[in-house]
Design a protein around this ligand. Sequence first.
Ligand code: SF4
Length: 67
Amino acid sequence: MAEVEVDQDLCIADQVCASMHPDIFEMGDDGFAHVVDGMEELEDAGDIDRAKEAAEACPVDAITVSE
Ligand code: SF4
């Protein structure tokens, strides 16, 4: 299991994560990225890998994946 979080204070809203994996990340009404409802705790290894991929791609390290 892994917990996924986005720090909106760091996010620069470039939409990289939401473009890569829109089933896990979405852009909110506030203009910043958020974890899609129900995807805050991931069990599937493939989902966890994809969340990590987005975290690595984020230019400001705003995404945390904690196992
Ligand atoms: S990749 Fe990072 S900076 Fe870009 S929208 Fe996602 S959380 Fe924000």
